[in-house]
Design a protein around this ligand. Structure first.
Ligand code: FES
Length: 210
């Protein structure tokens, strides 16, 4: 069964782990996940080093910067859209990409790292396709927990299932979203799971680049 991950919190480094012993009992279901997650060395796993950066990648990142700069011309307001473009294109925001972005914006790389690590949707999963399964209250009341379990059972190594918070389409609960597209699925049933996994791989931009 695929690993269950929650997408609602972030841990900057193993030294800044959540003090699990202070988690209230009702969070017990998440306790093991958090421990495991913290132990995975968050930044190295989710924002890893690539080793090098090609001219083509540099030019691509520069073109994201120039396009977004026209839409968000003030200060670093275009930073998040640029990081989002990188994630959507490459699947992983490598350290080298963040350095390049820092150069373009004229800021210290730690500033870019701070922004990138704050937003869980920018985390990378070794280039796997991704699916968000909403498990907030309205979806939960419509059976999202069962749907999530079905996704975790059916997903192979090529797709990362991410338990998510409200996707803003509660009227269609339970809702599932493929993040690199504008595709969301409403009133999802267990029977839909395999098909959604298949679609998530087919439309994944960074997988199709290989
Ligand atoms: S609670 Fe699932 S979309 Fe709002």
């Amino acid at each position: 069964m695929a690993k269950r991950r929650i997408g609602i919190t972030h841990i900057h480094s193993p030294d800044e782990q959540v003090p699990f012993e202070f988690l209230p009992a009702e969070y017990g279901v998440y306790k093991d996940n958090l421990k495991e997650w913290a132990n995975e060395h968050y930044i190295a796993k989710r924002f890893p080093k690539k080793g090098s950066i090609t001219e083509e990648e540099k030019n691509r990142i520069k073109s994201f910067f120039e396009t977004r700069r026209k839409e968000f011309p003030d200060g670093t307001s275009a930073l998040l859209p640029v990081l989002n473009d990188i994630k959507k294109n490459y699947g992983v925001v490598y350290t080298e990409y963040m350095d390049e972005v820092a150069n373009l914006f004229g800021v210290h790389p730690s500033y870019v790292l701070g922004v990138a690590t704050f937003y869980t949707m920018l985390e990378g999963f070794d280039g796997k396709a991704e699916i968000y399964v909403c498990n907030s209250l309205p979806c939960y009341l419509q059976g999202s927990e069962e749907i999530l379990q079905e996704f975790l059972r059916k997903a192979d190594d090529e797709v990362e299932i991410r338990e998510w918070v409200c996707l803003g389409r509660c009227e269609f609960a339970p809702v599932v979203h493929i993040p690199y597209t504008e595709k969301s699925f409403g009133h999802v049933t267990k029977e839909d799971v395999e098909q959604i996994i298949k679609i998530s791989k087919e439309v994944c931009p960074w997988r199709n680049k290989k």
